[in-house]
Design a protein around this ligand. Structure first.
Ligand SMILES: N[C@H](CCC[C@H](N)C(=O)O)C(=O)O
Length: 284
C-alpha cells in the first residue's frame, strides 16, 4: 500500500485529513507517523491531524482521531460533525440521525441537509465527566474541579476541569485577545498534574448565554476551533454560575460560532457547520 485517498474537511477551520477505512487499509503501526506526515503544511497536506472513518460493531461508523503530533485523541467535536457529514453524503448511513462510535463511547449525530449536502450537524455529546479522576487530574478525589487555584510557572490561576471523553482545563480571562494561549497553553498541556495531558481553553464571558473562546489543543497546539473544548467551556461556565443550564449558549471561536446547550437531563448538545475542502490521493 503506497497511497490512499483522502478527504480534507473542517469544522470552523479545525481541519483534518479524513480517510475512509471502509475502502482503505492502513497498518495500525503506520497511523501515528502518518498523522504527523499528512498534517505537515510543507511536506504533507496540511491539517490539525488525521481522522479515520472506520467500520464499527456497535454503530454505523467509528471515528478515530489523531492529533498532528501523532497522539490519538479520544473524542473530537469538530471531527464528529465532519464524520457525520461524510457518512451521510457517502451513504455509509441512510438516516439523518445515527450513532457514531468514538474511543470515549457512542454519540448521536443529526445532519441537516440542503439539496443533498449536509450544511450543519447537531451532536449529542453525552454527559461531561466532572470527577477529578475522570478528567484525569492528579490530587485529592473531588466530585468536581471548579474554580480551583493552581500555581503554574510561579503564577496563581483559577481553573475548572471538564472531560468530554477527552481532558479540558478552562481559564477565564477578561479580554480574549490578551489570552496567554501560546505562552500558558503549552506549559499546562504537559503539566504533570494531568497525567494524560490536557487541552487548554481560555474563555471570556460576554453574558449568560455567550462566550469568547480560544484554545491550545493537546497534541495540535493552537487551532481555529475545538468542539469538545467549547462543550467543556459551556459546562465549566454553568458550574461557575456564569451561564445558565438548559439554555443555548453561543461560543465564539476563532473560526466561527458553535451553539451549545447543557440540558437539565445532563447531556451536552453541540450544533455547528461541517465543510468539505478537497479530496485527493496521498503518496506514502
Ligand atoms: N486535541 C484533542 C482532540 C481533538 C479535539 C478537537 N479538535 C475538537 O474539535 O474537539 C485531544 O487530544 O483531546
Amino acid at each position: 500500500m503506497d497511497r490512499f485517498s483522502f478527504t480534507k474537511m473542517h469544522g470552523l477551520g479545525n481541519s483534518y485529513i479524513y480517510v475512509n477505512m471502509f475502502e482503505e487499509t492502513i497498518p495500525e503501526s503506520l497511523l501515528s507517523e502518518l498523522a504527523v506526515k499528512v498534517s505537515n503544511v510543507h511536506t504533507g497536506i496540511g491539517a490539525d491531524g488525521m481522522i479515520l472513518i472506520c467500520p464499527s460493531e456497535v454503530a454505523p461508523v467509528k471515528m478515530r482521531i489523531f492529533n498532528s503530533d501523532g497522539s490519538e485523541g479520544k473524542n473530537c467535536g469538530n471531527g464528529l460533525r465532519c464524520v457525520a457529514k461524510y457518512a451521510y453524503e457517502h451513504q455509509l448511513v441512510n438516516e439523518r440521525s445515527f450513532f457514531i462510535e468514538t474511543l470515549s463511547g457512542l454519540v448521536k449525530a443529526e445532519v441537516f441537509v440542503e439539496d443533498g449536502i449536509v450544511t450543519k450537524v447537531t451532536v449529542d455529546m453525552g454527559k461531561p465527566r466532572l470527577k477529578r479522576s475522570e478528567i484525569p487530574m492528579l490530587g485529592e478525589e473531588a466530585a468536581q474541579v471548579v474554580a480551583e487555584k493552581i500555581e503554574v510557572a510561579g503564577e496563581t490561576y483559577e481553573i475548572t476541569a471538564v472531560s468530554m471523553g477527552n481532558p479540558h482545563v478552562i481559564f477565564y480571562v477578561n479580554d480574549i485577545n490578551q489570552a496567554p494561549v501560546t505562552t500558558l497553553g503549552p506549559i499546562v498541556e504537559k503539566d504533570p498534574r494531568f497525567p494524560e495531558g490536557v487541552n487548554v481553553e481560555f474563555v471570556e464571558v460576554v453574558n449568560d448565554c455567550e462566550l469568547h473562546f480560544r484554545v491550545w489543543e493537546r497534541g495540535s497546539g493552537v487551532t481555529q476551533a475545538c468542539g469538545t473544548g467549547a462543550c467543556a467551556a459551556v459546562v465549566a461556565s454553568v458550574l461557575n454560575g456564569k451561564t445558565a443550564r438548559n439554555q443555548e449558549t453561543v461560543v465564539h471561536l476563532a473560526g466561527g460560532d458553535l451553539s451549545i446547550t447543557w440540558t437539565d437531563e445532563g447531556n451536552v448538545f453541540m450544533t455547528g457547520p461541517a465543510e468539505t475542502i478537497c479530496t485527493g490521493v496521498y503518496y506514502i
